[in-house]
Design a protein. Sequence first.
Lengths: 257, 408, 156
Amino acid sequence: MTQEHDKVDGARRSFIGAAAGLTAATVAPGVILHTVAAAPRAEAVTDKVRWGMLIDTAKCADGCTACVQACDRENGLDLQIKPEGASEQMWDRQRAVWIRKVQVQDNLTGRVTNLPMLCQHCEHPPCVDVCPTGASFKRADGIVMVDRHTCIGCRYCMMACPYKARSFIHQVVAEKLTATPRGKGCVESCNLCVHRRDHGEASTACADACAAAGHHAIVFGDLTDAGSAVSKAMAAAASRQIREDLDLNTGVRYSSI
Amino acid sequence: MKRIVYREWRLQPERYWGLLAILGAVAAIAGLAALYMEHHGHWVTGMTNQVVWGTPHVFAVFLIVAASGALNVASIGTVFGRTAYKPLGRLSGLLSIALLAGGLMVLVLDLGRPERLVVAATTYNFKSIFAWNIFLYTGFMVIVVAYLWTMAERKVNAYSKPVGYVAFVWRLLLTMGTGAIFGFLVARQAYDTAILPPMFIIMSFAYGLAIFILVLMFAYHQDKRPMGDVMLFKLKNLLGVFVAAILLLTLMYHLTKLYGTKNHGVEAFILMTGGIYTAMFWIGWILVGCLAPLGIVYHPVLGKDRTWIAAACGMVILGGLAAVYVIIIGGQAYPLEMFPGKTILASGFHDGVAGAAAWYSPSIPEVLLGIGGVAVALIITAVGVRVLQFLPESLSDQVVDPHVAAKG
Amino acid sequence: MANAVVRGLLAVTGLVWALGAQPVAADETFVTPGSNAAGLTSCVEPTDFMRRNHMEIIKHQRNTVVHQGIRDSKHTLAGCIDCHVAPGPDHKPVSVYAEGQFCHRCHAYAAVDVNCFGCHATVPTPATASKAASGEFGPDVAQVPDQGAAAGGNRP
């Protein structure tokens, strides 16, 4: 019996070699095409893709706000100007914020965790349920956002959001980017950099900034694709939803908390 | 029973127009306040990204809830067949329309984009209770106008009972819809409960009746029409029953929330540590709004004095405003419980660091807008009773209950 | 008799006024000199069609962008602005909704105030921060230009 095991199985080797070669030939064009396709989207989004994120709070650094600053810059939030006559404290409470850092401490163990909190892009968003005009909606690819042509500014979605992710624009907006319109009287929140999604870019500003800062706490990608970075990261470590008892099936998941 | 004669409100012209001028001025100032808020944006108000609904919503919800309750008197006459209440049906219907109009006006003027009301009226997401409420509120107005028609137009008097039934059911749905605005929200500890819709119904009974009694007493006193004790004491005692019911529902709400540990935070906030919200709850909602009026209504001496009865109605109204303030603003001020078992040490978006409540302080434009809604409701009522034959000539004891006259 | 004369005069005046408000002769152009559009013969659709129907095109296209994510249409608002924005004396783009600029000229005449620019940028800005860095929009538009409340983009 040991003699049979010592013999090299040539047929098996060549089969594996051929299979590997075939796989590479199949996958390679996709890899190359993916990096080249940075063009504006020509066809409607479908639910074949669901965008999501995994945030590893163990890698989230204390005091780092790279994701917040990147989001502010990418989405024109750093162009907001305090209205003349408003106090600093009121402005701090009224300015729009899409992503923020939160630091929590466990009451029993005293362990401190840092994490970014943003719109969780739920599969069953309460904000979409309560919007009277349907302005708050979930796009086919899972992005929860506000159609601000239809928003009447009632702020019911802000009452309904379990993560307090939405912001209301309290003032006339003077400076805005073409990619991220913003105006007085409507409600908005993180849209997973939808202008980047639609122009074929790979990731969100916050994920890129976290990687650039060396922490790699935020992994963004397609949750329906088992081969995507985010799916692999979720398979590798346990993760959970914040407020999972609400059963919203969020697109943003957290690990190490 | 004796045939009821209805007459227009015959206040002297100078006093009537003076009253309209004052109410009109208040409404005009509210309009200016709304224009100011819309032009500059909501940064001029006390509302923030943490407390998104403020004083205008407190007034609006109060007026809408009271509107539904104001129709109660007409329903008691039509649906429950209590003859003594039938003469009051017309004023009841008018007052309910007026209060609803005032409340809706405040709500619409506070929108971030009030010019998009047309969008709200034509684009609907029917999973939203707000969308249903648009139909419930406008439908209510149509139904009550029809109800008033069947009461006032002799030829269609026969339809007053079926239309009255529809109005009664519609009213309950409307109030439940208003309570469901908050009851359906899973996000906040103070909400997410099935008791809010019925609690709003019970509150509507009391607030609507309190406003109705005050309007009735004022109208009759100014026009020197007789109102006997029989009618007044019926209404007063009914108010007592409704206020007691509010206490019961409030007790049920808090006892249920107190039972589950997960709600201890919000209960401690409202009942003990919430500062202004705790004060509003105990002093406004419970003491002034419920216990004091109950004491007056069932007091052997005070309960028979008209001034004290009017004071009790006023207290119920103030207590109602305090209750709505605690529910709406207190419910938002308490931070979201995103991390049970953990304390938030720092946040970039006011998430309740160390359990701190969100800041809110009513601003002048908000308060002016809210009061303007009350003024608009009173203008509609004043014009209505002046122009239409909605007030019975007399509510003296002999008219209301002939048996009293017989007893002598 | 006098009544009839007055009424007749009013009717004629009204008619002349209404007819006069119709779009002017086909060869007059509202394109701002110095803009990209000034060098082109027609818009993405024939000029007559655009004058009457641009609002329908914009309304339809905004839904396809927001709900379906389709960005390569020739009808995008950003495309309109890219073409119709004109440089000011300092060679920086001037808001298309400022007085005397493209959108404003017709809209002021027709007395139709649009609130697109309460939210939308009135000059071209980079689509994403990374594209700004790549210089794809040209050297003048590498940063967000000063649109300013005075540029007329925000009628509250």
